[in-house]
Write a protein that binds this ligand. Structure first.
Ligand code: HEM
Length: 183
């Protein structure tokens, strides 16, 4: 397990990703912007930033050894030249979710919702990185990031729709869907 990375997603006039659309899924949206920069999150906010979300990579919470092994055998890394599309989906979960015990959350996450099983269907076409924000006092608990080539866009949409239809999503109380094209 590599050391945690601190990442900031900064919306403004500059950045390697052009913002195609920002759509509220549950709750309040985020302000429109031209570009998104994915940068080191340890520094101060830069001038001209419209909004900025910070998160850190972390250890796994729910995936079992078998699932970790399966994921590792199928997933590809970020930054593939063919992956010209990306999605940043910030998510906040309810107080009820956070008051559950770890084993109860795991049951909802995988035994009931099949989150990993559903996600695996899109690998290796979709590359992903999960960032945790809750402990940083941020407006979202998670910043989920995905990169894929245009030919995998339909599979990505199907997968997102399936996830949003699961019992896990009853515990989501804010979600914004930001789609990006490599500039
Ligand atoms: C967590 C896999 C797509 C949102 C996780 C975890 C895995 C995973 C293994 C658990 C990590 C741990 O053990 O702590 C996948 C795969 C996907 C995928 C393989 C397909 C590429 C998505 C999508 C979204 C999403 C499209 C959002 C719409 C989340 C969130 C968590 C999470 C919010 C954190 C859950 C929590 O800790 O409460 N995902 N996922 N995932 N994923 Fe996904």
């Amino acid at each position: 397990m590599p050391s945690p990375l601190q990442i900031a997603f900064r919306a403004g006039a500059t950045g390697a990703w052009r913002i195609d659309r920002i759509a509220p899924v549950i709750g309040e949206s985020l302000a429109p912007a031209e570009r998104l920069a994915v940068t080191d999150g340890s520094g101060a906010a830069e001038p001209g930033t419209l909004w900025s979300l910070r998160g850190t990579t972390s250890n796994t919470r729910y995936a079992t050894r078998t699932e970790v092994r399966t994921l590792a055998s199928r997933q590809e890394g970020l930054g593939r030249p063919t992956a010209s599309r990306a999605a940043l989906i910030p998510i906040r979960k309810t107080d009820t979710w956070w008051s559950l015990a770890q084993d109860e959350r795991r049951v909802i996450f995988e035994e009931q919702s099949r989150h990993i099983r559903i996600g695996l269907d899109t690998l290796p076409g979709v590359a992903r990185r999960l960032h945790h924000s809750r402990e940083l006092g941020e407006p979202f608990d998670f910043l989920t990031w995905f990169e894929y080539a245009p030919e995998h866009a339909d599979a990505f949409e199907t997968m997102v729709a399936r996830l949003r239809d699961t019992p896990e999503w009853r515990y989501v109380d804010r979600e914004v869907d930001i789609r990006l094209i490599r500039a």
